[in-house]
Design a protein around this ligand. Structure first.
Ligand SMILES: N[C@@H](CCC(=O)N[C@@H](CS)C(=O)NCC(=O)O)C(=O)O
Length: 215
């Protein structure tokens, strides 16, 4: 059987690619990766050639193609039910899916004003009220789930919910937006995870610059 192939964008900037890559790597799921750069003025035609949505990430399993980061995570969780991509226990799993779906559908102010960027030197970024509201809501999600489940990650052990919030950890970190001491501890746990470090190491080596994602 051909291995799973995950198409991703630039590791330095592609927050949506980061999510399934991290969930799969953390869970020990074997896959090949194919990186398609998106630092082309009119978009890279190679992305459209692979992905009908014109976006990465996209997972290929033989003839099956799955796009959308959360749908990829769900598909892989079904393919590898013993790899604990989602937390154990129906209630915890439902909560993990709820906060993950909220991440995928919300926080547009934070996402548009504060791009993920591993090569960014830390700065103190001034943010507008909409971004402050996104930060406060994320802080509530993080602190309430960690308090309920005891950490070190949102639902105890690392899960897909942490992968979904990983790009936010980078944003809070590089733009000086860390909202609470509890969030700071969580962010340190995330940045120490082996899968985070593996992605970060590759991101820091990339030479490509996407001007729209630079502050
Ligand atoms: N909702 C999608 C978002 C995917 C997305 O926006 N991907 C960006 C990269 S992070 C992309 O492919 N952009 C292509 C381009 O700008 O040409 C998901 O969850 O996968």
């Amino acid at each position: 059987m051909a291995p799973l192939k995950l198409y991703i964008g630039n590791k330095n900037y592609s927050s949506w690619s980061f999510r399934p890559w991290l969930a799969m790597t953390a869970a020990g799921i074997p896959f090949e990766e194919a990186l398609i750069r998106f630092d082309f003025p009119a978009g890279n035609p190679d992305i459209k050639a692979v992905s009908e949505s014109g976006k990465v990430p996209l997972l290929q399993n033989g003839k099956v193609k799955v796009w959308e980061s959360l749908a990829i995570i769900e598909y892989v969780a079904e393919l590898y039910p013993d790899h604990s991509i989602w937390p154990g226990g129906m209630e915890k799993r439902a909560l993990a899916r709820a906060v993950s779906a909220e991440m995928a559908s919300s926080f547009s102010a934070l996402r548009s004003h504060c791009p993920m960027n591993f090569r960014q030197q830390p700065i103190e970024l001034k943010v507008d009220d909409a971004t402050k509201a996104d930060i406060a809501r994320i802080n509530h999600i993080w602190t309430s789930q960690i308090a309920a489940h005891g950490g070190p990650f949102l639902f105890g052990d690392f899960s897909a919910a942490d992968a979904m919030y990983a790009p936010v950890v980078n944003r809070f970190d590089i733009y000086g937006l860390t909202p609470s001491p509890e969030a700071e501890i969580y962010m340190e746990n995330m940045k120490s995870h082996f899968a985070w470090k593996a992605w970060e190491t590759e991101a820091l080596k990339e030479p490509w610059v996407v001007p729209e994602d630079e502050i």
